[in-house]
Design a protein around this ligand. Structure first.
Ligand code: F6R
Length: 373
């Protein structure tokens, strides 16, 4: 099953172009997303909702955070995202007209399932008539799909490595499609914008393929992490959740302590960590926030942090030699950028773990499916 790959994680990283193709298959036309991809009830259920509540854990939670940026910015739909284990125990306020989206690779995560069950139970007690539940999941016959009104299956194929890679990528694809369907139903997405996003999604397998060709350069960069105890990941906008995901991957499989911050928060605390011993990974696509990010990065560089910047062809960050810049992609769009920029971070974590000799596919203390809380 491994083919030429040393580990399942490596195979699954390289499965991603195909996983995206399979997840898009039958869900889009040339210019449009197909509403029924979310089930025959989708149009009716989506029309009734006024907001979205996402519940998930770990990597799936990070996918939810990206979706919040998309839903609010692109189609102006309020969206909350919460870690399921917090949501279920904090006595949250549930409002009617909410679409509850559970995100899960396995469909068996105990906290995510319990959060969904709590919402359904509350809705019944409060006699809410317009709570709809959608599960975005990689396993067809799972506990979460059984509890949900609608299911959208990510067609990532089996994910064996404990560290989630292709499931995350396909969750983001699913969430982009959901955003478009909701925007169509609520008339907040123009035909033109929809066609542009569909065109971007069709380019995605090629963009990921291209990002994967930078493996050798990333492997080289990984050497500078081998003897480190801490790392910092920075991004702004949707790159902030991608930074969180990059830090989680590094923690899980290399056991290096890593933290992610929105770059604008640096001055509010984490800048105190920066010295010559800390690698700082920054994600710098050419977008509206690039100039702001650049000034954040100057602060890091001025304090001697070992900065590594992932950029696209248009970002054009000039290094004076004091930090490294790696162009891992061509210019990417609002939807394709977070998905594409996540790829080098997966490869980075993988190669750091290889150098450190950890068990990549079965990291210590972790299980693939967390069926107990
Ligand atoms: C991280 C990872 C975990 C899972 C989390 C949720 O690489 O795999 O953080 O994302 O346990 O699992 P699912 O998506 O199966 O609900």
């Amino acid at each position: 099953e491994l083919g030429n790959h040393r580990h399942f994680m490596h195979k699954e990283i390289f499965d991603q172009p195909q996983a995206v193709i399979d997840t898009l298959q039958g869900r889009i036309t040339d210019k449009e997303v197909i509403t029924e991809a979310f089930g025959f009830q989708a149009a009716e259920l989506f029309d009734q909702i006024k907001q979205v509540q996402i519940v998930a854990c770990g990597t799936s939670y990070h996918a939810g955070l990206v979706a919040k940026y998309w839903l609010e910015d692109i189609i102006r739909l309020p969206c909350q995202v919460e870690v399921a284990s917090e949501y279920r125990y904090r006595n949250p306020v549930l409002q009617d007209h909410t679409l509850v989206v559970s995100l899960s690779q396995s469909g068996e995560t105990a906290d995510t399932l319990a959060a969904l069950q709590l919402i359904k139970q509350r809705a019944q007690q409060l006699d809410f008539k317009h709570i709809a539940s959608l599960c975005i999941c990689n396993v067809a016959e799972s506990s979460l799909t059984r509890e949900s009104d609608m299911t959208f299956l990510t067609h990532a194929g089996p994910e064996i490595g404990v560290a989630s890679t292709k499931a995350f990528t396909t969750q983001l694809v699913a969430l982009a499609l959901l955003m478009m369907v909701l925007g169509k139903r609520h008339k907040t997405l123009s035909v033109k914008r929809e066609a542009a996003i569909v065109a971007g999604l069709k380019k995605l397998p090629g963009l990921i393929q291209n990002a994967l060709t930078h493996e050798a350069a990333i492997q080289q960069l990984a050497n500078s992490f081998a003897d480190k105890h801490n790392a910092l990941f920075l991004g702004r906008g949707t790159m902030y959740p991608i930074a969180l995901e990059g830090a989680l991957k590094l923690k899980e499989i290399s056991y290096i302590h890593a933290e992610a911050y929105p770059a604008g928060e640096l001055k509010h605390g984490p800048l105190a960590l920066v010295d010559e011993m800390i690698p700082v990974v920054a994600i710098a696509p050419h977008d509206d926030l690039l100039e702001k990010l650049k000034s954040n990065l100057q602060e890091v560089n001025a304090r001697g942090g070992q900065m590594i910047v992932f950029e696209d062809e248009a970002s054009n960050i000039q290094s004076d030699g004091s930090f490294k810049v790696l162009k891992t992609t061509s210019n990417v769009g609002r939807i394709t950028a977070p998905i594409t920029f996540n790829i080098p971070l997966q490869l980075l974590a993988y190669h750091v773990a290889l150098i450190r000799g950890t068990d990549v596919d079965q990291p210590r203390n972790l299980a693939k499916s967390v069926t107990v809380e």
